[in-house]
Design a protein around this ligand. Structure first.
Ligand code: GDP
Ligand code: MG
Length: 325
């Protein structure tokens, strides 16, 4: 196995093989991955991170592919992360993404990776945050993150993005679904893809009204695209960079940076406290007993949670200190 030193140095030199190895370490939580992430962290914060989110099949991968081409045309290096929590391991969606992003094979300026499901709560978001940091430290100028799936994990991962693009198509009733899932609130740019479809103008007009009504400060632009032919992708690119300029000129960039920093801490606390507390309690059969008592209504969830935090809090703190060494 390669040493942490070699991998860290490789990533910082922009070596794509080292970057690929480091990402695999993070994805599989292989021994040393936390050290790698700790060591590269001081070298992050330079990349611009754009998240694209939306229902399966709306054309996110095709758009990402087009945006990457645009960015290459402007001389930027690109990292692409496709996150699909619904697709375990060799799932179809990610394979499809690979195919749709193949136009970059042979261009070392575009680095593509996908992440599939992770068992635990927050695991996918934490791994995504780590991968984004690795690509950033490896010198990628623009990082495009594609997420699909059910509301919560999308929202979590998008906290790592500077600009969030919400992609919809006409005729799915997507708008209503998104309002429900809270996706609409996180959009900085709305993209109505497959604008060749009937009803696209209407969908765009509806979104424009929504964007106008709920915005404070930045009014999210609505862009119509046809990713397959490439039509409108230049406008989408401009809308994304218009948002970037807005963030930079208003000081809102600082808020995005703080949001991303908080997301990083939160994901780790969830792992170290939530998962560890439950794992320890499970291992000592304390959890089973508590659950029995809960279902018998002999205790309540607040009492039970306090009991567990009391019982394992100091042990977990010692474990965290051990990790940090
Ligand atoms: N008609 C039409 N099809 C498109 C357009 N953009 C993408 N597609 C197709 O929609 C399908 C799903 O695209 P994909 O990028 O994989 O969607 P994702 O699941 O959101 O990543 C593919 O067959 C694309 O070729 C478009 O603008 N118009
Ligand atoms: Mg896709």
């Amino acid at each position: 196995m390669r040493s942490v030193d070699e991998i860290v140095n490789g990533v910082l030199e922009g070596d794509t093989r080292a970057l690929a190895r480091a990402i695999t370490m993070v994805e599989n939580e292989r021994e040393g991955y936390e050290q790698v992430l700790e060591r590269i962290y001081p070298h992050t914060g330079k990349a611009y991170v754009v998240g694209l989110t939306g229902a399966p099949g709306v054309g996110k991968s095709t758009l990402v592919d087009r945006l990457a081409k645009f960015a290459r045309g402007h001389g930027h290096s690109v990292g692409i992360l496709a996150v699909d929590p619904t697709s375990p391991f060799s799932g179809g969606a990610i394979l499809g993404d690979r195919v749709r992003m193949q136009s970059h094979s042979g261009d070392p300026g575009v680095f593509i990776r996908s992440l599939a499901t992770r068992g635990q709560l927050g695991g996918l978001s934490r791994a995504s945050g780590g991968v984004i940091q690795l690509m950033d430290a490896a010198g990628r100028d623009l990082i495009l993150v594609e997420t699909v799936g059910s509301g919560q994990s999308e929202v979590e991962i998008m906290r790592y993005a500077h600009t969030v693009v919400v992609v919809v198509i006409a005729g799915l009733g997507d708008e209503i679904q998104m309002i429900k899932a809270g996706i609409l609130e996180i959009g900085d740019v709305f993209c109505v893809n497959k604008a060749d479809r009937e009803g696209s103008d209407r969908t765009a007009a509806d979104l424009r009204m929504l964007a106008d009504s709920c915005s404070k400060g930045w009014i999210p632009p609505v862009v119509k695209t046809q990713a397959r032919s490439g039509e409108g992708v230049d406008q989408l690119y401009q809308a994304i960079f218009g948002h970037r300029q807005y963030l930079e000129s208003t000081g809102d960039m600082r808020h995005r940076q703080l949001r991303s920093a908080e997301a990083g801490i939160r994901d780790i606390i969830i792992e170290q406290v939530v998962d560890r507390t439950l794992d320890l309690a499970r291992a000592e059969q304390v959890l089973d007993e508590l659950l029995e008592r809960l279902t018998a209504r002999q205790t309540n969830p607040y009492q039970a949670a306090k009991h567990l935090l009391n019982a394992y809090g100091s042990q977990i703190l010692r474990m965290c200190e051990g990790d940090a060494e």
